[in-house]
Every structure is written in structure tokens, then in C-alpha cells.
Design a protein around this ligand. Structure first.
Ligand SMILES: *[C@@H]1O[C@H](CO)[C@@H](O)[C@H](O)[C@H]1NC(C)=O
Ligand SMILES: *[C@@H]1O[C@H](CO)[C@@H](O)[C@H](O)[C@H]1NC(C)=O
Ligand SMILES: *[C@@H]1O[C@H](CO)[C@@H](O)[C@H](O)[C@H]1NC(C)=O
Ligand SMILES: *[C@@H]1O[C@H](CO)[C@@H](O)[C@H](O)[C@H]1NC(C)=O
Ligand SMILES: *[C@@H]1O[C@H](CO)[C@@H](O)[C@H](O)[C@H]1NC(C)=O
Ligand SMILES: *[C@@H]1O[C@H](CO)[C@@H](O)[C@H](O)[C@H]1NC(C)=O
Ligand SMILES: *[C@@H]1O[C@H](CO)[C@@H](O)[C@H](O)[C@H]1NC(C)=O
Length: 925
């Protein structure tokens, strides 16, 4: 049966394609040609997505096939819609057999080759849509021979060339013609201007010539006229005013000239008038305000002159006003402010002068370009009211004031271009609020000051040009975190210090950084002696607290060392002077008002040496002693010496002396450096009491304090075992801390810090010289809370006070944008863990190199060599299953992201868990 059908088809093919051309009548004798025509079409194309799978040559009727529609009555194919079927190949002759076809759409495929002139012989065709293919060649003049029924034709987006066939003039029923985006050339068939039913004519993007004839007035049904991107010329004829239904006129990118015919003011339905890139000239007529439906008015790139007509204000629907690149003069047209619907305003490249207007009333504005004019003064103060503004281009004017802070209110900005003005002042920090910025051009101005570190928050930034200004300071390190940077041009400024490393900055082009004489880094071929920010070491070999110095961080390490050794000399000299002067602070005349009260006060008289200049003032001679613990006994006429011989150490906050009171009670007295404190007595007392009441076995207890305007003392319990620093780095070989002692020190310190944090006190200054070891080997954290005594809890002050805490300082101290929390102590504690386990200092200075402990350990742990890091003095006698996790814990604490560090309470738990299993084993064993 199938074989028979196949045979039948073969015979039909034979009749159709061999006999038919000889004998057209014969065809009608056979079945209708629809199935065969479509199968022949299918055979000629490639169908990679099998869209035509339902087209089965064995079917008697094609009416159920995909894309095929039949007339219900005749059952003949009247519509073929294969839009977007991904078909390629040539158009065979099959489709000519669909003699009842009315609508044909082959749009958006990949069909190639010529279209055959036979096509239009299909008498009934009303719609031909071949748009979006790869058809090419000339459309033969026969193509439109029989087009009386044709209403819609689209050949858009192909590669047709040559003239548009004259036969098109015969298609008097056309309502839509779209030949856009081909390579048609020459002049138009004249008949086109007489299609009174024509609603849409799109001939854009070809190479067509000629003028629009006056008879365009016949096209009184025309709604859309698009002749853009051709070579049309001449004036717009008066006749266009008769096309009263016109809604969109696009004549852009041609060679039209002259001015606009006055008849156009009748086109009150017209919403788009696009005349850009022509040769129009003269004034824009005032009657343009009569075209009340206008939404888009684009006169850009012509030769219009004069002032922008004030009647613009009548255009209440206007969304896009583009008058760029003309010769408009005068000042900014205030009337534009009344066009409340404006989304885009482009007046760039004209000759407009004066101040920028306050533009805040145009709340919907998304694009504002006024570049290339002669505007002076400042940016509009109301710029921050434009919450929808995404593009602001004021480049190439004469703006000569500062960038207003209000710019931060324009939170939707994507592109900000202010280059090529005379802007002064600094880049406002508020720019950090423009979080969508991708483009920031401020080059060629006179901007000063630093790049705000907050710029590094703008993570979408791609193109940044700050070149040719007077910017100075160092480049914020965080800039290297910007993930999308393509260009970052800071050339020709006064930046100094090191280029940020990492990210985009590893591949930044030298031309982007040139012209900054003080900038260093490999890109500018100038090595930076040390990496910033490096903790400053005053004396790498100093045994205890280093002497604090307020030297600013320097990027020249060599020079730094020299300065430091000089400052060390000065310090040593001063110390000698102090010793010679013999500070003898005698505590006299002490009256304990209420020995039982926890804060009994007593007067304390001091006889002091030359180092207190105002020692003769009564204040200095009688101060206030407050005893917090109730145990301090000065009552027996205590006579204490703050003797240089008894100095235990010095730190950022002052020197510490060991003193034995008359009753044999040992205390450590910290003499605060006066210059660091400007607090009043009340403030001082309030703050001291806050941390003075914290009590824990792993915290050095504050027993009292003494206050005069010129001298402040803190009186601590004396811890006899010395500092952890000494035990680790200065102990003799037979006095090495054992593993268990080290672990206890780590755990005890963690407990002390956990308690401190629970009492809402941040230490800020964790380091091994601040951990004291008592007789039982228990650690006690000292020096906590002192930061509270600083005039401002400011990270700069902090870091200068604790900069001697070489290597312990958490990275957020150098980053203005990160909040400093108790996690900075966790960082310091992490470094401390590494120090205790490895026996190495956090930063070791070698001849020409600096070894950073945390980097070293991290590398070793990553390479599986963790045990090699453990202090060699332990001679291998340590449990690996404790040492390795402890090291890893130390590394976790030194994460650069504060929130990634555990808190101290968690640390205590983790440490106890690390210890626990082995204790169990010991018990079991
Ligand atoms: C088309 O398909 C429907 C069911 O899908 C069927 O009932 C009908 O007979 C088919 N028509 C033709 C002409 O094949
Ligand atoms: C269209 O066809 C051409 C050649 O026939 C082929 O190179 C091209 O990739 C096709 N394009 C698409 C979008 O299928
Ligand atoms: C624009 O107009 C000015 C003066 O009207 C004229 O000098 C200039 O040549 C014109 N430009 C063009 C491109 O027509
Ligand atoms: C800015 O320029 C205008 C016009 O030249 C001048 O009047 C004004 O004083 C200038 N402003 C500043 C701050 O220099
Ligand atoms: C830039 O500003 C400085 C003062 O901040 C001024 O001395 C200098 O003349 C300005 N340069 C220009 C080109 O305006
Ligand atoms: C930057 O330059 C200004 C003067 O233009 C100066 O006051 C400021 O101290 C400079 N800042 C730095 C970090 O050099
Ligand atoms: C530090 O001390 C070591 C050994 O005590 C010595 O070799 C080194 O030169 C000292 N370094 C400095 C900067 O004083």
C-alpha cells in the first residue's frame, strides 16, 4: 500500500515538474498541489530544529502541518507562517504551487539566494514577509507584476540590492511597505507616493536617493514614515502637512536641508520627530510647540542656530529632547524645566552659555547631557534630587566650582562625566552613594585632595579617568578589590606611595599612572622600599614595649630606619637624663577616708624631679588617689620610688614601674604619658572605673589610680613571672616553655579576653609583651582598656598608640571603611597563638627582608608542612594532634575579614575541645 502511495507521489511529481510547465491545464487534473508544493519546499531547505517534522509527504492534506493554515471551506492552504523556524537554504519553487496562498511569512530564518520573479504570480498574496533572512541580489522588476491584492510587504533585514522595482507602483492596495536594512539604491518608484491607503513606509538603512515630492500629500493615511539612513536630500515639502495622521517621522541621517515647512505644525498627532544628522539650518520655529503630542524631538547634528524656542514648554508629553551638535546659542532654555515628562535631555555641543539651571524639578530625568558648551559656575545644587538620573555628562564646559556633595543624592548614576572643566576642590565622599556607577570621568580639571577610599565601594566601576588633576595622597589599597575595572587612569596628578597590588592593578597600563613622580611600584618602574601599611618598628630588637612615636608612616623604609635609630638615641639620652634627675615620687600625707569602701580616696603628695615642669603647682603636689580593691595600704606613710631602676617596660601609654609599698605589697605602677590624654578628671575617672572593675583570673587587676592634671598613675597588681615575650624570645635554653605550658597560656589568654569582651571592653593592643605570666604559669592579660583614655577613639590615634604592636594590628585599622570591633583583638590573639607555637616574632627583620609570621605559617599549613613551624626548641616533644589544629586556629583568627574570625568565647570552647581528647587518653592510659 505504501509502495503504491510512493509510486503515486512520484507520478504526481513527474506531472507537476516535468509536464506542468508544458501543460498547465494538466495540473488541475491531478490532486491539489499544496502537499507537493510544501514537500518540495521542505526538500530544498535545511531544518536543523526539525520544525517541519509534521510535514509528512504521505498525508493527504497539509492542513494539520505546523505553520500551515487552510481555508475551512476550500481546505486549500491560505497561510504559511514559518517565522523563526531556523530554516536555511534556498527558496525552491514549491511555494508557487500554493495557488490559494494569501499570507506568507518566512521571517527570521536563514534563507539565502535570490527570490524568484515567479513569486508574485501567486495571485492572491496579501502579505509577503521575508524579513530577517539572508536573501540577496536584485529584486526583479517582474516581482510585483501581479500585486493587486498585496497589502503588506516586508523585505527588511536582508541583503537585497539594486533599485526597488518600478512594478511596486502597481501595488495600489499596499498599506505597509518595509524595505529597511538592505542595500537598495537609486531613486524610489514614483508610484509609491500615490498609495492613498499606505500607513507605514519604512525604507530606512539603505542607500536610496532623491527628494520627497510634494505629492506626499496623497498619503493621507500615513502614520509612520521612516526614511532614515539613506542619501535623500532636498527640503521637506509642504505636502507633509496633509498627512494628518502621521505619528512618527524619522528622516535622520540623510542630507535633507533647509528649515521645517510651516504646515508641519498641523501634525498634532505626531509623537516622534527625528531629524538628526541632516543639513537643516536656521532657527527652530516657535510653532514647534503646537505639535503637542511630541514625545521625542531629535534635531541633533544639524546646523540649527539661534535660541531654543520657549514654546518647548507646551510639549507636556516630551520625553526625549535631543538638540545636540547644532549651533544653538544664548543661555539654558528655562522653558525646558516645564517639560515634566522629560527622561532624556541632550543639549550637548552647542554654544550655550551661562550658569546651569536648578534642574531638580525634572524628577523623571534619566539622561542629562550638556557637554561641550560654555556653561560656568557649579553643578546644579539640586542634582541630588534627580533620583532617576543614570547618565550625567557635563564634560567640556567651563564649570569652575566644586563638585557638590549633593551628587551623592543621584543614587542611580551609572555614568558621571565631568571631565574637561575647571572644577576645583575635592572628590566628595558622598560619591560612594552612587553605587551603580560604571563610568567616572573627572579628568582635566583642577581637583585636589585624595581619592576617597569609599570609591572602592563602587563595585560596578569599569572606566575611571581622573587624569590631569591635582589629586594627591596615597591610593586606597581597597581599590584593588574593584572587580570590574577596565580602565583606571590617574596619570598626571600628584599621587604618592605605592600603587595598590592585585586585581586590575596587576595589569594596569603604565600610561594610566604616568606623571605622578612620587608613585612607586613595578608598573612605574620604581620599587617601593616597603609595603604599606607596614607596622612601624622602633627597635626590632627591643625587649618589651617599644617607645611610642608619632612619626607618620613613611614609605621609605631605609630612611625610616635611620630616623628610628636617631629617635632611639634621643630616647636613650632622655632616659639617662631622667635617671640622673632621680625621679623620686614620694607618697606622703595619705589620708584614707574610708578604708572599707571600695573606692576610698586619699590625698597623695608627690615630690617629683625636674621632669614635671609644673611640679610647684599645688595640683601637682596633692592629687587624688583612688583605691579600687580596698587592699592598697599606703597608710603607713608609704614611701615609694618610681625609680628608673625599677622600670619594667614602656609602651604607647607610658612607662611601668615595679614598686614595693611599705607594707611589702608589690604593685606595678603605670605612669601615663600626659600628652596622650586630654580628658578631664571626671572623664578619666569614669573611664578608668569602667575597666577597673573588670576582674578575672586571667586579667591583670587594676588596684587603683592617681590623678593630677600633670600626672596620672594606674596601679596594678604585680605579676612576678615576667612577660610572655621574655619567656618566648629571651629565655635561656634550659628554660624553654613546654607544650603544655604554652597551651595553658593560649587557653588562659583566650579566657581573659573572652571575659574582657563580655565586659564590653576591647583591648586594642594584644601582644606577647602585654601577657604576664604569674608564678603558677597562668597568663594574665594586661594593659586593657587604655584606649578608652584617649581623647578620641579614632583609628589613627589608636594605630599610632599601638603601632609598636608590630604585626599584631588587624588590617581594618588601615581601612577607614571597616568598623573596628572586638574582632581586632581576635586578630591579635591569632598572631599571638602563632607566636607561642612557633616561638617566632610576628615579624622578623632580616638583613634585607621581612618575614611575616602569619604568611609563613599559612604557606606551610597549605603545603602540609605545619609541624615544621612548631618551635624547634620543643625538640619534637609536642602532640601533633594539638599543635596542628592550634596553628590552623591561629590562621583563622588572622583572617582579613573581621566577620570570618571566631569570637573569643568560641575560641575558648574550641581550644578546650582540642585539649580534651588527649586528656581523656591520658586518663585512659
Ligand atoms: C487534523 O488533526 C485532527 C486531530 O489532531 C484530526 O481530527 C483531523 O482529522 C486532522 N485533519 C486532517 C485534515 O488531517
Ligand atoms: C546562516 O547560514 C549561513 C550559511 O548558510 C551560516 O554560515 C550561518 O551560520 C547561518 N546563521 C544562522 C544564524 O544560522
Ligand atoms: C552651518 O551654518 C553656518 C552659518 O550659518 C555655516 O557657516 C556653515 O557652513 C554651516 N554648516 C554646514 C555643515 O552647513
Ligand atoms: C567662575 O567663572 C565665572 C565666569 O568666568 C566667574 O564669574 C566666577 O567668579 C568664577 N568662579 C570661581 C569660583 O572662580
Ligand atoms: C588650580 O587650582 C590652584 C589652587 O587650588 C590654582 O593655583 C591653579 O591656578 C588652578 N589651575 C587652573 C588651571 O585653574
Ligand atoms: C594635598 O594637597 C593639599 C593642597 O593642595 C595639601 O593641603 C594636602 O596636605 C596634600 N595632601 C597630601 C596627603 O599630600
Ligand atoms: C638585633 O639583634 C641581633 C642579635 O642580637 C643582631 O644581630 C641584629 O643586628 C640586631 N638588629 C638591629 C636592627 O639592631
Amino acid at each position: 500500500m505504501r509502495a503504491f502511495l510512493k509510486m503515486k507521489r512520484l507520478i504526481e511529481f513527474f506531472i507537476l515538474f516535468v509536464l506542468a510547465p508544458l501543460c498547465a491545464r494538466c495540473v488541475n487534473l491531478s490532486l491539489n498541489g499544496d502537499v507537493l508544493g510544501l514537500i518540495v519546499f521542505k526538500a530544498a531547505v535545511q531544518d536543523p530544529k526539525l520544525k517541519l517534522a509534521s510535514w509528512n509527504e504521505d498525508d493527504d492534506s497539509p492542513c494539520n502541518w505546523t505553520g500551515v493554515q487552510c481555508s475551512p471551506r476550500s481546505k486549500r492552504v491560505i497561510e504559511l507562517n514559518l517565522n523563526g523556524f531556523s530554516l536555511s537554504g534556498r527558496l525552491g519553487r514549491g511555494l508557487f504551487q500554493l495557488e490559494f496562498l494569501q499570507r506568507l511569512s518566512l521571517s527570521n530564518n536563514n534563507l539565502t539566494g535570490n527570490i524568484s520573479p515567479n513569486f508574485a504570480r501567486v495571485d492572491n498574496l496579501q502579505v509577503i514577509d521575508l524579513s530577517g533572512n539572508n536573501f540577496s541580489g536584485v529584486v526583479s522588476d517582474d516581482f510585483f507584476r501581479q500585486c493587486r491584492s498585496l497589502r503588506v510587504v516586508s523585505l527588511a533585514n536582508n541583503k537585497f540590492s539594486g533599485k526597488i522595482p518600478d512594478s511596486l507602483s502597481l501595488c495600489g492596495s499596499l498599506i505597509s511597505v518595509n524595505f529597511s536594512s538592505n542595500q537598495f539604491s537609486g531613486s524610489l518608484p514614483s508610484g509609491i507616493w500615490s498609495f492613498s491607503g499606505l500607513r507605514s513606509l519604512d525604507l530606512s538603512d539603505n542607500a536610496l536617493l532623491g527628494e520627497i515630492p510634494k505629492v506626499i500629500e496623497n498619503l493621507y493615511n500615513l502614520r509612520t514614515l521612516n526614511l532614515s539612513k539613506n542619501q535623500f536630500s532636498g527640503h521637506i515639502p509642504d505636502g507633509i502637512g496633509s498627512c494628518l495622521l502621521l505619528r512618527s517621522i524619522d528622516l535622520s541621517e540623510n542630507s535633507f536641508s533647509g528649515n521645517l515647512p510651516q504646515t508641519m505644525q498641523k501634525l498634532v498627532l505626531c509623537s516622534n520627530l527625528i531629524l538628526g544628522r541632516n543639513l537643516f539650518d536656521g532657527d527652530v520655529p516657535e510653532w514647534v510647540g503646537e505639535m503637542k503630542s511630541l514625545e521625542t524631538l531629535d534635531f541633533s547634528r544639524n546646523n540649527f542656530t539661534g535660541r531654543i524656542p520657549t514654546t518647548i514648554e507646551n510639549l507636556q508629553y516630551l520625553k526625549v529632547l535631543n538638540l545636540s551638535s547644532n549651533g544653538f546659542t544664548d543661555s539654558f532654555p528655562e522653558s525646558v524645566m516645564k517639560c515634566q515628562s522629560l527622561l532624556a535631555l541632550d543639549l550637548s555641543h552647542n554654544l550655550i552659555m551661562g550658569n546651569l539651571p536648578e534642574i531638580g524639578s525634572l524628577r523623571k530625568l534619566q539622561i542629562l547631557s550638556l557637554s561641550g558648551n560654555y556653561f560656568v559656575g557649579s553643578l546644579p545644587k539640586t542634582i541630588g534630587d534627580l533620583k532617576a538620573l543614570s547618565i550625567l555628562d557635563l564634560s567640556g564646559n567651563q564649570l569652575n566650582e566644586t563638585i557638590p556633595v549633593a551628587i551623592g543624592g543621584a543614587v542611580s548614576l551609572i555614568e558621571l562625566k565631568l571631565d574637561g572643566n575647571f572644577l576645583r576642590g575635592e572628590i566628595p565622599f558622598s560619591i560612594a552613594h552612587c553605587s551603580s556607577l560604571t563610568t567616572l570621568f573627572i579628568s582635566h580639571n583642577n581637583i585636589t585632595g585624595p581619592i576617597p577610599a569609599a570609591l572602592a565601594k563602587l563595585s560596578y566601576l569599569q572606566n575611571v579617568d581622573l587624569s590631569f588633576n591635582n589629586l594627591n595622597g596615597t591610593l586606597p589599597k581597597q581599590l584593588s578589590n574593584l572587580p570590574n575595572l577596565l580602565v583606571f587612569n590617574i596619570s598626571h596628578n600628584n599621587f604618592k606611595g605605592e600603587l595598590p597590588g592585585g586585581g586590575f592593578f596587576n595589569t594596569i597600563s603604565p600610561s594610566s599612572v604616568t606623571g605622578n613622580p612620587s608613585l612607586c611600584g613595578s608598573v612605574v618602574n620604581k620599587s617601593c622600599p616597603s609595603v604599606l601599611p607596614k607596622p612601624i618598628v622602633l627597635n626590632p630588637n627591643s625587649t618589651s614595649d617599644s617607645i611610642s612615636s608619632s612619626l607618620p608612616p613613611s614609605n621609605n623604609h631605609k630612611r625610616n630606619r635611620n630616623i628610628l635609630s636617631i629617635s632611639a638615641l634621643v630616647a636613650i639620652g632622655a632616659a639617662a637624663f631622667i635617671i640622673i634627675g632621680v625621679i623620686s615620687i614620694t607618697i606622703l600625707n595619705l589620708r584614707v577616708q574610708s578604708p572599707t569602701s571600695s573606692s576610698s580616696a586619699a590625698a597623695l603628695a608627690l615630690s617629683v624631679g625636674d621632669d614635671f615642669s609644673n611640679s610647684s603647682s599645688p595640683d601637682a603636689n596633692s592629687g587624688k588617689l583612688v583605691v579600687l580593691s580596698g587592699e592598697l595600704d599606703f597608710s603607713t606613710g608609704a614611701h615609694a620610688l618610681l625609680n628608673k631602676d625599677c622600670e619594667l617596660g614602656r609602651g604607647g601609654f607610658g612607662a611601668v614601674y615595679h614598686t614595693i609599698l611599705r607594707d611589702g605589697h608589690s604593685v606595678a605602677i603605670k605612669k601615663l604619658t600626659v600628652s596622650s590624654l586630654v580628658k578631664s578628671q571626671e572623664d578619666f575617672e569614669r573611664e578608668v572605673r569602667k575597666f577597673g572593675i573588670v576582674r578575672h583570673q586571667n586579667l591583670v587587676a587594676l588596684e587603683g589610680y592617681y590623678w593630677t592634671p600633670s600626672l596620672q598613675l594606674l596601679i596594678y597588681e604585680f605579676v612576678s613571672g615576667g612577660s610572655l615575650y621574655r619567656l618566648l624570645h629571651e629565655a635561656s635554653d634550659d628554660n624553654v616553655l613546654s607544650w603544655n605550658e604554652r597551651f595553658d597560656i593560649i587557653l588562659g589568654t583566650a579566657k581573659g579576653l573572652a571575659h574582657l569582651h563580655q565586659s564590653n571592653t576591647i583591648h586594642y593592643n594584644i601582644k606577647s609583651s602585654n601577657i604576664l605570666i604569674d608564678r603558677n604559669g597562668q597568663p594574665k592579660v594586661g594593659d586593657y582598656g587604655l584606649a578608652r583614655l584617649l581623647p578620641m577613639l579614632d583609628r589613627y590615634v589608636l594605630s599610632s598608640k599601638i603601632q609598636s604592636a608590630l604585626g599584631y594590628m588587624a588590617p581594618e585599622f588601615t581601612c577607614r571603611t571597616v568598623k573596628i570591633t572586638e574582632k581586632c583583638d581576635v586578630y591579635g590573639f591569632g598572631i599571638l597563638i602563632l607566636e607561642v607555637v612557633t616561638g617566632k616574632r610576628p615579624v622578623e627583620y632580616m638583613e634585607d627582608d621581612v618575614a611575616v609570621l602569619s604568611d609563613m605559617v599559612r604557606e606551610a599549613v597549605e603545603e602540609g608542612r605545619a609541624e615544621e613551624c612548631v618551635d624547634r626548641n620543643l625538640r619534637g616533644s609536642f602532640p601533633m594532634e594539638e599543635a596542628v589544629p592550634v596553628l590552623k586556629l591561629g590562621l583563622i583568627c588572622t583572617s582579613h575579614v573581621p566577620s570570618n574570625r571566631p569570637d573569643m568565647r568560641e575560641m575558648v570552647k574550641i581550644l578546650e575541645m582540642i585539649k580534651c581528647p588527649s586528656e581523656l587518653q591520658e586518663e585512659l592510659g
